[in-house]
Design a protein around this ligand. Structure first.
Ligand code: EPU
Length: 451
């Protein structure tokens, strides 16, 4: 631990408390879906999970109150709230979608028992270091979607003149001499989303100017920067590969409404198409979904843009065509929609090739889709899908968030009944998915604790 026995005793207390946390328990619910049912109607997209998680962490940058609105009701959000509460922040959820966070006195240690519950808690690193000057955050572990290193987060903080040591599974940061710098924040797979969030948040309170090159351009980063600017941060270039942050002495509280979840929106567009339905997706913003729209149109999908925040798929008379697609950092095709596209392409007639450039091992959905009759083989980081326009319902198991969404899409298109177990993965990132599906006319039932 970073500073001997006092820190060790705090860690002991935090760890002991963390073991008794009110973390949402993994439910053992299943989803039963009877397929061959066209989705029909309107669905509203919730706030973006991957924007609000770093925003919760950003609230640690100030001792004043931050209010977040349009926060989705998801298990990942409740995990993050629990973690901040354990660190000492006052946190409450006074009404649906609204969270108030005030971090007057917070611990500078985020122990393994808190962090291991959710990888995104790595976003605590930058704000804790910048605000508290010394911080220890447990290294997140492995992940089912592949190796998820944090070397770029560390590189970024080191460039900001932070001392960093990795000890006993912890990243210990000494940010007493934090100062602005020019940082190239790219690795083998391109930019890093939460790494960019961490470095931007740390730089808001660093002396001088920080320039991040190869910054992630994802809309979730732009939205985080909007919140930080409301808190008094000086940030330019958010949404572009070069972000400039001029450090300030102090940040204040702010109120911010989280942007709609483009991955949820994309999932509904794909689900509507796969089920040959007609669905108006409210909250689907064309400007954030360009790469997906391009791919879906190549596959034969008719998408009409109703306005800046709503799009409609009408797939009743459409033949789904095979595609070749590759995931890339934003504005490329999101990796978080790759599994759903694999499910969709089982409904085309012909050969599709979907290549994963962000997480080359992220194909956990493939064996489960094959259990439903899909013909998919793996060639390195590509899935080769021999679409036959047919799937049959089967018992399948969710393995991670987006793989679970793919199984839902496959189940909607399949003949017969599919039973998806371990849907706690789905509940991490899709608010009220069973209710939203039912409102669109799906034949769906959640079986509580049925495993
Ligand atoms: N990478 C490194 N070193 C690092 C960080 C990342 O090599 O220090 C690599 C990763 O291994 C990966 C690539 O860079 O190959 C991109 O990873 P990134 O850091 O951007 O991912 P992340 O920030 O950990 C976020 C989302 C993921 C989403 C990815 C990619 C959050 C909380 N998570 O993860 O969301 O897949 O960006 O867009 O924002 C999901 O929602 O299902 C999900 C996994």
């Amino acid at each position: 631990m970073m500073s001997g026995s006092p820190a060790e005793s705090i860690l002991f207390l935090l760890t002991r408390n963390a073991q008794k946390l009110a973390f949402p328990k993994k439910n053992m619910d299943c989803l039963l879906i009877n397929g061959k049912c066209r989705l029909n109607g309107e669905v509203s997209v919730s706030g973006a999970k991957n924007a609000c998680l770093p925003m919760f962490a950003a609230a640690l940058l100030t001792d004043q109150k931050c209010v977040l609105k349009n926060v989705p009701d998801l298990s990942d959000v409740r995990f993050m709230a629990e973690i901040l509460g354990q660190l000492g922040a006052q946190i409450s959820n006074p009404s649906k979608g609204v969270w108030e966070i005030q971090a007057k006195n917070v611990s500078n240690i985020a122990p393994y028992e808190l962090v291991r519950k959710m990888r995104a808690s790595i976003c605590l690193l930058g704000p804790m270091a910048a605000r508290l000057k010394k911080a220890s955050v447990s290294m997140p572990g492995g992940c089912v979607i592949g190796a998820r290193p944090v070397d770029l987060h560390i590189k970024g903080l080191r460039a900001l003149n932070c001392g960093i040591e990795i000890d006993k599974g912890y990243i210990n940061v000494d940010a007493r001499r934090i100062k602005g710098a020019n940082i190239f924040l790219g690795g083998r797979y391109g930019s890093t989303v939460t790494g960019t969030a961490n470095v931007v948040m740390a730089a808001t309170l660093a002396a001088g100017v920080t320039t991040i090159e190869n910054a992630a351009c994802e809309p979730e980063i732009t939205d985080l920067c909007k919140m930080l600017i409301k808190m008094g941060a000086q940030i330019e270039g958010a949404g572009s590969p070069t972000i400039t942050v001029t450090g300030v002495d102090k940040l204040s509280g702010a109120e911010h409404s989280v942007l709609p979840d483009r991955i949820e929106a994309g999932t509904w567009l794909i689900a509507a198409f796969a089920s040959r339905g007609k669905v108006l997706v409210k909250g689907a913003q064309k400007k954030h979904l360009g790469a997906l729209i391009d791919v879906l149109e190549k596959a034969g999908c008719k998408i009409s843009v109703k306005n800046a925040t709503a799009m409609e798929v009408d797939a009743a008379e459409v033949h789904i065509r095979p595609i070749e697609a590759t995931t890339l950092p934003y504005p490329g095709l999101p990796t978080d929609l790759q599994a759903q596209l694999c499910a969709l392409m089982t409904q085309a007639h012909g050969l599709s090739i979907i290549t994963e450039r962000i997480y080359p091992e992220r194909f956990m959905h493939v064996p489960e889709l094959c259990r439903m009759g899909a013909e998919i083989s793996r060639e390195g980081a590509s899935a080769i899908i021999s679409g036959r326009g047919k799937l049959s319902g089967a018992p399948v198991m969710a393995s991670d968030l987006r793989a679970s969404a793919a199984l839902v899409i496959a189940a909607l298109a399949a003949e017969g009944q599919t039973r998806i177990s371990r849907i706690y993965h789905l509940d991490r990132g899709y608010e009220n998915i069973d209710l939203k599906l039912a409102n669109l006319g799906a034949d769906v039932e959640r079986l509580k604790n049925s495993e």
